[in-house]
Write a protein that binds this ligand. Structure first.
Ligand code: SAM
Length: 291
């Protein structure tokens, strides 16, 4: 529509008119392409009874499109200078609210109570500041918020790691954390030319459908992730060596070999070859062993 800010000329005009010097340190790369924006908002499956939480609205390029589809939009922006601009670009959308703050320090359960009561579902939709992609995703997953989808533009390399399958070079603790809580799906790969200024990395849009229940049964989730983390501490080392270093002493180390063989996992394998189901089996066995 006529008030959309995501065109090269409008975005540059707003930046110029406000004398805004964009901050690289805050990951400020603004979207100027309606086609990519519509792919992002379509992937979020919004509607009049659904809400969207946006992280880092910038000058409102994505916020406007979310507001056209969602019944409520809440955006958290750290850069105070953008607030008056957002007031203008979101003027036609009274159901879109901006709060000033650092997403990593925001009390999200409280924000959900204040803004999303009565809504049928909430999705996070964002063109993320890349310098804090992983901390943001981990915060969203660990706070157990009632989320349906997380649709985010991120560095392509990070999207590859989130969606990686066992036995590939990209597979690691991030893959397992994401896949334990969500089903990842690549929406589209994004060229650098859709941003002002252009970033120096390739980007992708990924949808994480938040699972109602994890795909494997795990009695102690924190211990499960401690085992996963330990298994990837030194990627070149065998599972046996990584686990021995973390959970065993020189004296009781021989018990680890029997434990692994007992659950059908070859001690010489590397952590990166284990499926989530195998990590679940491994963490139960280690726990039962008193680790
Ligand atoms: N959504 C806009 C768009 O697509 O054009 C801007 C996206 S830009 C990649 C990232 C935005 O996140 C910037 O507006 C930046 O100021 C904001 N930001 C950076 N760190 C943040 C933080 N810790 N909390 C909230 N917002 C942050």
């Amino acid at each position: 529509t006529a008030d959309d800010v995501a065109t090269p000329s409008k975005t540059k005009q707003i930046i110029k008119r406000n004398g805004l010097v964009l901050k690289k340190s805050l990951g400020q790369n603004f979207l100027i392409d309606q086609n990519i924006l519509s792919k992002i908002v379509m992937a979020a499956e919004l509607g009049p009874n659904k809400a969207a939480l946006e992280i880092g609205p910038g000058i409102g390029a994505l916020t406007q499109q979310l507001a056209k589809l969602a019944g409520r939009v809440l955006a958290v922006e750290i850069d105070q200078r953008l607030l008056p601009i957002l007031d203008e670009t979101l003027e036609p959308y009274p159901h879109a609210t901006v709060v000033h703050g650092d997403i990593l320090k925001t009390d999200l359960p409280e924000l959900f109570r204040q803004h999303f009561e009565g809504m049928d579902g909430v999705s996070v939709v964002a063109n993320l500041p890349y310098y804090i992609t992983t901390p943001i995703i981990m915060k969203l997953l660990e706070e157990k918020l009632p989320l349906e989808n997380i649709v985010v533009m991120i560095q392509k390399e990070v999207a590859d790691r989130m969606a990686a399958r066992p036995g590939t070079k990209d597979y690691g603790s991030l893959s397992i954390a994401v896949q334990f809580h969500c089903e990842p799906e690549l929406v589209t790969i994004v060229p650098r030319t859709v941003f002002v200024p252009q970033p120096n990395v390739d980007s992708a849009v990924i949808r994480l459908r938040v699972r109602q229940t994890p795909p494997v049964e795990v009695a102690d989730v924190d211990f499960f992730f401690a085992v996963v983390g330990a298994s990837f501490v030194q990627r070149r080392k065998t599972l046996y060596n990584n686990l021995a270093a973390r959970f065993f002493t020189k004296e009781n180390k021989p018990e680890l070999e029997a434990l692994l063989l007992g659950i059908n996992i070859e001690p010489s394998r590397r952590g990166e070859t284990l499926s989530m189901e195998e990590f679940a089996r491994l963490s139960s066995a280690l726990r039962a062993h008193g680790c």
